[in-house]
Design a binder for this molecule. Sequence first.
Ligand code: C5P
Length: 408
Amino acid sequence: MLLHPKDLRDTNILLGVSGCIAAYKALEVVSRLRKRGASVSVVMTDAATRLVSPLSFQTLSDSPVYTRMFEAPKQWNVEHIALAEWADLMVVAPATGNILAKAAGGIADDYLSTLLLAFAGPKVVSPAMNTHMWQNPATTRNVEVLRRDGYFVIEPDTGRLASGAEGPGRFPEPRDVVEEISSFYHSDRALAGRRVLVTAGPTREYFDPVRFLSNPSSGRMGYAIARAARERGAEVVLVSGPTDLPSPRGVETISVVSAEQMHEACLASWAETDILFMTAAVVDCRPAAYSGVKAKKDQDALLGEVVPTPDILTALGEDKGSRFLVGFAAETEAEEGLISARRKLRKKHVDMIVLNRVGGPQSAFGDDHNAVRVLARSGEEDLPREHKRILARQLVDRVVRALPGRDM
Ligand code: C5P
């Protein structure tokens, strides 16, 4: 049988449910985890039991639900240790500001917080709360502490909250929560503690308020790389030109328009960057003059003179330090493209070049699939046509393997 790549067969998951209005969504989390093959035991805080009946969790998990420490089940003193030992993974979803604070402070005053203290394995929290509570400096501090302590934090969504207000703090769709849990559980966290900067999409070089020079890059490759780097535990900053894509969960996305703005945004993150994926299709030139009013059609030269935009990759490469740099090359001609990519690998201070074919029927631009050639100093490799999501994982994997201190 073909296993789902993120199958959770034979995984014992201890799911903590705390008292937020999204607690009912944890019911779907339980059934989705079980569909992936996991055994699930649920621990509820007192507040959570007032929002959703423990019986519902009991039915869906097909196991007893643990609630009050001193009541049920009997033998609590050994039980919580036995439960902590049974579990391979502990998840709190939804996690209120209160349970985050207790976990960050090591407070153990109920069943769930005691288990968090007693459990020594990997832990995931999926915070959900009102925007003000989420943005309160105390919560920010607690989340930072949890991250440092090795917790994996699923970023809350931004959107309409139970209170009717809009903002960050929403519990993500159960499908996404389960996807994040499995990615985390299966990842080797090879990029934990590394900061990855990814650029994506096209740039736009305006010559009047409504017209610009650009290209058809969709940003899909860069967004997929940002996700793949995050899956392997990196802190990711994504600098994106205009695209239709939603910001990947857990990734800090900075929106820019022009090459110049992209350059500035990259410089602002450069000091903390360890690995750069310069995936963006930066437009090489911009109109020398910008007209504040829409240029007339009958004007002699609508566009006028053009001047080069900054070559961001080359500029960043000059201050490379010990960073690992990946450049992308989009070429229409196979032979010439390869020669020029090899030249780029030598000339730009990059460790890897990913060569794409653009134009023609299988152009990399806009398609969900792509085939590339990876050029590194140690050799070249063709990665056959694949979904960009898979290709992105393969590319991130090549970088992980090429990082100093790892086997090639
Ligand atoms: O030399 P060429 O433009 O083909 O190199 C492509 C690589 O350089 C890509 O990684 C692209 O993101 C980057 N680039 C850049 N600034 C430019 C043009 C391209 O950083 N102005």
